[in-house]
Ligand binder design. Structure first.
Ligand code: FAD
Ligand code: SIN
Length: 557
């Protein structure tokens, strides 16, 4: 298969530090206010650092706020760190880093108790202990919930209250970070847009906690802001990214044409709901012994294949097989479905898969350090190696909380030790491009999302991936030539970058493993591919891909 024509990405979006840009100073700059950014900011601030936290969305619009199923942590009498690590590694299909998995899982219980101390209330069983639930891939009950399926919102609220009250933390919501500032090979801050103005923050250390990129796909569970900005920022700044070919698709998002794709939590299948096609056939019985609770990639592909076989746009989730009242068991899902006149106790829910979680991201250590000095990455934007080629359900809230708490003090210490001579100012201006193409950004965005869904989604093959990279190269070229530098254009440029990274990594990995399925290479090939793919920006702006060991030899610095 010939290599696709390569997009070239600039190292900035016309960004530089203009002489007149107002400059704030802080010890630690945190970009993102979900579970990872919130935990990191509080941990750095509690360590004595001054912290500026920037978030482009309201805190109610983070991925964290939408998390339903819960947070995995070892609490049950029949559970252990060994068991949780073993489940994580099994679902990671040979690419999870065992040391990282152990380091994170070991601290899960402490992180959950810390969130409880911040005021998050988790559901309890009749005996007063935490109520524990199960999702696909877990061998015991270990998922902790809040208010049924409102776990993320409860955690987010607790973090948000603390963040806004903390004397060391300045929170600025509605601020879009456009680029990182790099000086002499070190990340020293960020440049952001707020109320139409451009501002900059100079920091001793920067923590990226910008979440995932589900919005690059037409079908997704992710809220509107999940554009992969942080991955694109880090790529332009020269950091190494990893595992981008692994995008987890959730099998069950509500499918109603024209409506946003709300998640129907796996907990519903965990409680006994069954997947059926239009004729009522329970097709998972032919696919996997665990049926509806098989790993997500298997269930998602089985649904897609059933849709193709029956010519339908969706399948159905049938809750009539569940013990108990579904309205009481799943109040959030009941409310969402009721708004579309679906009574979950009686009516099967129309569902189909949607892009859900980015396993890959900015490569980071168990302290959150990236390959770029001064830059840390935590939460969904990062790739610690915990998830391997697939993520165990409810392990991402766990990772976000644990990693945020570890990276905060590490960044605070880095800031204490950092001394740099101040940022040089420039009189450069963004040149106006003659004959720039007239772009309809919405149209380009829709084309990108559709193409990613069709060619870089659940089933991939070499030609489709190469074509996708070629299309992205063309669109990036048009967008780069356009003089516009508004937030929507920046987000689209970031989405093009992230899409190119995913398609390039997916093209390179000539096998099928975990969430990555190549119909032209349907088998898993450990002899060639028990390796992680590392990507970074080459000097000419193209994407350089290198295969590296599962366990990195040392700290990425
Ligand atoms: P987020 O919570 O997404 O926060 C990202 C932050 O970065 C936001 O504040 C955003 O505004 C900000 N940001 C982004 N770009 C910029 C920019 N350019 N400038 C400034 N700010 C920026 N995981 C589980 O473990 N259990 C679950 O039950 C679960 N359920 C889920 C249900 C749904 C519907 C979804 C979408 C995800 C679910 N997940 C679940 C995954 C989990 O919610 C996320 O992986 C996790 O919350 C990510 O946290 P984060 O802090 O990394 O990012
Ligand atoms: C779900 O509730 O099904 C999502 C859980 C997760 O993504 O971890």
């Amino acid at each position: 298969m010939p290599a696709p024509s390569q997009p070239r990405f600039p190292d900035h979006l016309g960004t530089y530090l203009p002489r007149r840009t107002p400059l704030l100073r802080t010890d630690v700059l945190v970009i993102g206010g979900g579970i990872a950014g919130g935990a990191a900011a509080l941990a750095a601030a509690n360590d004595g650092a001054s912290v500026v936290l920037l978030s482009k969305s309201e805190f109610t619009e983070t991925n964290t706020s939408y998390a339903q199923g819960g947070m995995a942590a070892v609490f049950g009498a029949s559970d252990s760190v060994d068991l949780h690590v073993a489940d994580t590694l099994r679902v990671g299909y040979g690419l999870s880093d065992p040391g990282t998995a152990r380091a994170i899982v070991t601290q899960g219980r402490g992180a959950l108790e810390w969130l409880r101390d911040l005021g998050a209330e988790f559901d309890r069983a009749a005996d007063g202990h935490l109520a524990l639930f199960r999702e696909a891939g877990h061998s015991v009950d270990r998922i902790v919930h809040a208010h049924g399926q409102a776990t993320g919102a409860e955690i987010q609220n607790a973090l948000s209250r603390r963040l806004t009250a903390h004397p060391n933390v300045t929170v600025r919501v509605g601020t879009f970070v456009r680029d990182l500032l790099v000086q002499d090979g070190r990340c020293v801050g960020g440049i952001f847009l707020e109320d139409g103005l451009e501002l900059a923050v100079e920091a001793g250390a920067v923590i990226l906690a910008t979440g995932g990129a589900g919005q690059v796909y037409r079908e997704t569970t992710n809220p509107i802001g999940a554009c992969g900005d942080g991955m694109a920022l880090a790529f332009r700044a020269g950091a190494v990214l990893a595992d981008l070919e692994f995008v987890q698709f959730h099998p069950t998002t509500l499918y109603i044409a024209g409506a946003s794709r709300a998640l129907i939590s796996e907990v519903v299948r965990g409680a006994g709901a069954t997947l059926r096609d239009r004729r009522g056939h329970r097709f998972m019985s032919e696919v996997h012994p665990a049926m509806e609770l098989a790993p997500r990639d298997i269930v998602s592909r089985a649904i897609l294949e059933r849709m193709v076989a029956t010519g339908d746009t969706h399948v159905f989730l049938d809750l009539s097989t569940i013990q108990g009242d579904p309205h009481e068991l799943f109040p959030t899902i009941s409310r969402i479905c009721r708004s579309f006149e679906i009574d979950i106790a009686k009516d099967p829910i129309p569902v189909r898969p949607g892009a859900h979680y980015f396993v890959g991201g900015v490569r980071s250590t168990t302290e959150g350090r990236t390959s770029l000095p001064g830059l840390f990455a935590v939460g969904e934007v990062s790739a610690t190696g915990l998830h391997g080629a697939n993520r165990l359900a409810s392990n991402s809230l766990l990772e976000g909380a644990v990693m945020g708490r570890l990276a905060g003090p590490a960044a605070a210490a880095e800031a204490r030790g950092s001394r740099h001579p101040g940022l040089p100012r420039s009189d450069r201006i963004v040149p106006v491009v003659e004959n720039a193409p007239k772009l309809h950004l919405d149209d380009m965005l829709y084309s990108l999302k559709s193409m990613m869904w069709r060619q870089v989604g659940l089933r991939r093959e070499g030609k489709g991936l190469a074509d996708a990279v070629g299309s992205i190269a063309l669109w990036s070229h048009y967008l780069e030539r356009a003089p516009t530098r508004d937030r929507a254009a920046c987000e689209l440029a970031n989405m093009l970058t992230v899409s190119a990274l995913v398609a390039t990594a997916a093209f390179a990995r000539e096998e099928s493993r975990g969430t990555h399925f190549r119909s032209d290479h349907p088998g898993r090939d450990d002899s060639r591919w028990c390796r992680r793919l590392m990507l970074h920006r080459a000097p000419d702006g193209t994407i350089d891909v290198q295969a590296g060991p599962v366990v990195p030899p040392s700290d990425p610095r």
